[in-house]
Write a protein that binds this ligand. Structure first.
Ligand code: HEM
Length: 214
């Protein structure tokens, strides 16, 4: 095995702050929604924590965004320009997760410094980071002060629509918080990718200089 530096420090700081923040937002969000059923903390504390953590994560998002925008590491997110190639690679990856992995097949994706994500990962992460997370933050800010942003709230169809979008994305992120770590545990050891997100270094096969990543 040899090591390859794949997760730069700003990405690691953003990632673990974001992960902890999302868990806290889910817990406080549940407390806000099920105020009579869950008694983890007073309603007011849950609202206040939810708002503060939300704003911290919005600021934190820009660490990820500007790091990639102003570094050549953005290449890890460059899309495969041939749609055919992209979908074939995604399908192979899906087949591996759903079937091949249980037969002991090798991971079809091979990691290199500028190719740390498989086709499914790079597409999913981009949709999450450039679409779903910003929509979640945006609807959150509108709900934080519906009076101040009444014009914008009306433009989106009223507070019910804004709230429904926020809650549907909440459900998505709850599912994501389970599925994402599961997929991240499918490295050459169950903890390999987690360690890499802490140290920055991923272990790859010595002979080829390449390895698989979840
Ligand atoms: C318990 C929570 C979480 C754990 C244990 C976890 C674990 C990991 C690990 C091990 C990686 C490394 C690469 C990989 O295998 O995909 C990773 C990457 C990533 N995770 Fe998470 N994650 C968590 C929460 C989240 C949340 C809440 C989000 C977004 C809302 C997120 C978004 C991402 C993204 C975008 C990457 C790629 C980062 C890059 O640009 O290099 N993760 N995660």
């Amino acid at each position: 095995m040899q090591t390859l530096y794949v997760h730069p420090l700003p990405v690691r700081i953003w990632h673990w702050t974001n992960a902890l923040g999302f868990i806290a937002l889910i817990v406080t969000g549940l407390q806000i929604r099920y105020v009579g059923l869950i008694g983890l903390m007073p309603f007011k504390t849950a609202v206040s924590l939810h708002n503060w953590i939300g704003f911290v994560l919005i600021a934190n998002f820009f660490v990820w965004f500007f790091f990639y925008l102003f570094s050549d590491k953005i290449k890890v997110y460059h899309p495969e320009l041939s749609a055919m190639k992209h979908f074939r690679a995604s399908f192979r990856q899906l087949q591996y997760y759903g079937y091949g992995i249980f037969k002991g097949d090798p991971n079809p994706h091979h990691v290199s410094a500028y190719h740390k994500f498989n086709a499914m990962q790079s597409m999913t992460y981009q949709v999450i980071m450039l679409l779903l997370v910003p929509i979640q933050f945006y609807t959150g800010v509108l709900l934080w002060d519906v009076k101040r942003f009444s014009g914008m709230v009306e433009l989106f169809g009223g507070v019910r629509v804004v709230d429904t979008v926020h809650v549907l994305l909440f459900i998505f992120f709850v599912a994501f918080i389970f599925i994402h770590p599961y997929l991240a545990s499918l490295g050459h050891t169950p903890t390999a990718h987690f360690k890499a997100m802490f140290t920055g270094y991923e272990e790859v096969e010595e002979e080829t200089g390449r390895d698989s990543i979840a």
